[in-house]
Structure formats: C-alpha cells, structure tokens
Write a protein that binds this ligand. Structure first.
Ligand code: EPU
Length: 419
C-alpha cells in the first residue's frame, strides 16, 4: 500500500486547478443507464472511485470509453443484477438502483454496508422507490426492487439527519421514467443533485426545483443521450483552501465555484483567513494569527460533513478552543486519534470534538481511515514540524485527483512511496 511522506513547514504558494466533483460524477455515470443512446461526460476526475463505477457499468453491459477527462458511456443493453462484490466495495454505487429499476422494472443490487464514518442505511432510498410503486425485498444481502410500472407520487424523503444526497439522486432518476408527477419533499439541495438534474434534463427529463427542498419530476416515456460537464469539486476546493490557511500560504483555486462554498468560506472568514471571491476562482491567503471558531456540519447549504476533518486539522493549529459538531454521520471522528499522534489536543464529547488549538504539531506516522480523514492528516502534516508519513493513501486516491502532484506544484515537500 502506498504512503505519502510529507516534510512539513512549507507555506503553499501558487495556483491549483480544481477537478470535476467525485460526488457529482458517480450519479451522473449511473444516470447513463437510463438510455440506450451514448452519453458523454466531460471534466471527469481520474479517481479510483470513478474507475470503479466504470467497471460496475461495464459489468452491467454498458460500453465505457475514457479519453483524457472525457468518458463516453453507452448502455445499449443492460442487465439488472449487479455483482455483489463490486457494488459492496463502493457505497456510491447504490445509485444504480433507481436507473436500473426505471429502465428494466427490475433491479438487484447488493445492500451497501456501514463504513467507518457511520451506519449509512438506505431506508430513505427504498421508501422513495416504494412510493413510486416498486416492491422491495431484501434477501441474501441483495436489495431487490421490482415494479410492473412506476407511477409518480408525492413523498417526504427527510431522515434523522435531514435530507439524503444519493437517496434523492436515486429516486429522482427513477422518477424521470415514471408515469405522472413525483414531488420529493425534503430533497437534498447539494450542488451535486442540481448537476444531476441538469444532466437528466439534457437527456429529456422534466425536473424542476433542483437545489431546493421541493423537487418535482414530470415523468417522460424515454430519455436520450446527452453531453455534460461535471461541476468543480467543492470539497477538493475547500481542502486546498484549508491547506493554504494551515501552512500560512497563498493559493489561487482555479475553477472553484464560490457560490458552492458559502458555509466554508464564511467559517474561513470568521477564522481570519483572507478569501477573495472571484467569478470562477478563489484566492485564499493567510497573513495573521487565526481565531478559533465553532462549526456544526449540516446538509447543504450548511457546513459540509466532508470538510469537517480538514477544518479540524486547521483548528488544531489555531490558538483557543473550538467545538466541531458532527450532525450527519455519527462516527466521523476517526481522524481525531491520528491528529493526536501529531500532537493535537482534542476531546470527543458525544457528537462534538473540543479542540484546544495552537499547539505546534510535529510529524509522525499516521494511518488514514477514510477519504476526508486522510485529507485532514495531509493538511496537518503539511503544517507540522518534521516528517509525517500518511499510510493507506488509497483512501485519498478514491477522491482527490493527483493530490500529491498538485501539492508539490504548490511547493509542498511531499512524496509518494510506492509499495
Ligand atoms: N440516511 C438515512 N437513510 C438513508 C440515507 C441516508 O438515514 O436512506 C442518513 C445517513 O445515515 C446520514 C444522512 O442521512 O446520517 C446523510 O446521508 P446521505 O444519504 O446524504 O449520504 P450519501 O448520499 O450516502 C453522500 C456523499 C458523501 C457525503 C454525504 C453527505 C457520495 C458518493 N457520497 O453520501 O461523501 O458525506 O453525501 O453530504 O455522493 C465523501 O465524499 O467523503 C463522502 C462520504
């Protein structure tokens, strides 16, 4: 397993290009299952999760061709039964369920298990599909959804932590080919859902209200091929913004969309980081001592759970006490014990982490447990004195395109050690 060796203490300087959003492209790829015609998706990031989704689509019978950052997918003929092992390995792949059901009236997909960040149930996905008329059974580890026909319906998709991103995507995709009108209340408002709705509309769907909690889908008979460019990755942009702040640097984030980052930029402002918002880029600069700030993660437009770990790394470097509360995933604090290895002082109290910041971090070997925890450890390593070895880099490769190369271009002393 590869690891990253980081010699910390170098301020990041320069410009970084933000890649296409991982969490947008996975449902977009699944959406191509809704038509026999070819679809072209541009600005696709080179990530292991994306390659993996490609393999799942190929396994189902689709033709997937990649050239540079463009992927062409044609699902002329597909089967409705996904390979157990393939789907089980990546939670994002659950969003093939809705398109397969809509296209074939029958889908069997392995039930995604929990993961290190929490239980991750799919009851809301199933509730929505059932409201459209699907009969759902769970047997031998598979979710099976069958319907003679899907019929549009009103539904409420709110759960204990608010809306569900992939659940909204799954049900919205299924509803595009249902007969009649579907109204999803408490729909997820994330930019990735809007991106998917835009792609589906380009394919001939009739969706309105994406980006608001009430999403309406008027069913159509069939969808056709379309071309689409993936939105820039707001989580990647936030990660580099925080890395710039943590290292006392100055970084321009090319392609970042400030309008997708209000909550994160607001907290960076409050912490004393200088952020210049431009139409299609952001300049992040730190010139002074930072302030400790409190953060609570929430569904969009609130502070994203996917930036919680990285922000915590920044707060460990900031004098004062900050409280970070995680409201989306119950056990998304796996980075805490690893940040402690670098010298951070963090205590967990229920859903909150109390960070006594301002300590000088010093490098150590650390173990990444999930994607965003890994990013937090890289940020802490970049700011720490000495050498940090971040093990299990495959987590980072799932969701950050060429992170080590991008950081090296910004001046970081970071090396990949291949095994
Ligand atoms: N939930 C339910 N029932 C459901 C679905 C979700 O109770 O049927 C709960 C979850 O347990 C959680 C909350 O609702 O407490 C929100 O989960 P959501 O369904 O929105 O998460 P997701 O769609 O499975 C996506 C991203 C995650 C990101 C979350 C929240 C993808 C592939 N994954 O997951 O991304 O954290 O939304 O924004 O889009 C990451 O990129 O590191 C990552 C984990």
């Amino acid at each position: 397993m590869d690891s990253l060796l980081i010699k910390g203490g170098v301020p990041l300087h320069g410009e970084v290009q933000i890649s296409g959003a991982k969490n947008a492209v996975l449902p977009l790829m699944a959406a191509t299952l809704l038509t026999r015609e070819p679809c072209v998706i541009r600005r696709v990031p080179n990530l292991s999760d994306v390659r993996f989704m490609g393999q799942i689509l190929e396994w189902l019978g689709a033709k997937v061709e990649s050239k540079g950052d463009t992927v062409r997918i044609q699902a002329t003929k597909v089967k409705g039964h996904a390979d157990y092992e393939l789907v089980r390995q990546m939670r994002g792949s659950v969003c093939i369920l809705g398109p397969l059901l809509a296209r074939l009236h029958h889908a069997a997909v392995s039930l995604p298990g929990g993961c290190v960040i929490g239980a991750r149930p799919i009851n809301l996905h199933l509730k929505g599909l059932a409201a459209l008329g699907a009969k759902i059974t769970i047997e031998e580890g598979y979710v099976e959804a069958v319907s003679r026909k899907l019929t549009g319906a009103p539904m409420f998709l709110g759960g204990r932590a608010g809306s569900t991103v992939l659940g909204t995507a799954n049900v919205m995709m299924a509803a595009t080919l249902a007969e009649g009108v579907t109204v999803i209340e408490s729909a997820a408002c994330e930019p990735e859902v809007v991106d998917l709705a835009n792609f589906l509309n380009a394919m001939g769907a009739r969706i309105t209200g994406a980006g608001s909690p009430t999403l309406t889908v008027v069913g159509v008979k069939e969808l056709h091929g379309a071309e689409h460019e993936v939105i820039p990755d707001r989580i990647e942009a936030a990660t580099y913004a925080i890395a710039a702040a943590a290292t006392n640097g100055e970084v321009s984030l090319r392609g970042a969309r400030p309008e997708h980052l209000h909550a994160v930029l607001d907290k960076l402002d409050e912490a004393g980081v200088e952020v210049q918002r431009r139409a299609t880029s952001l300049l992040v600069r730190r010139r002074k001592r930072l302030n400790a700030v409190d953060v609570t993660t929430l569904p969009y437009a609130g502070f994203p759970t996917d930036v919680q770990a990285q922000f915590m790394a920044l707060m460990t470097l900031t004098p004062g006490i900050s409280i970070i509360t995680e409201r989306i995933f119950e056990s998304r604090f796996m980075h805490v014990s690893e940040l402690a290895r670098l010298g951070a002082d963090i205590e967990i109290e229920g859903p909150s982490a109390i960070i006594k910041g301002g300590r000088r971090l010093s490098g150590a070997p650390v173990m990444a447990s999930d994607l965003r925890a890994s990013a937090a450890l890289v940020i802490a390593g970049l700011a720490a004195r000495g050498t940090t070895q971040v093990n299990r880099v495959y987590h980072l490769d799932r969701g950050y395109e060429h992170m080590d190369t991008k950081l090296r271009k910004l001046g970081a002393r970071i090396q990949r050690v291949e095994e």
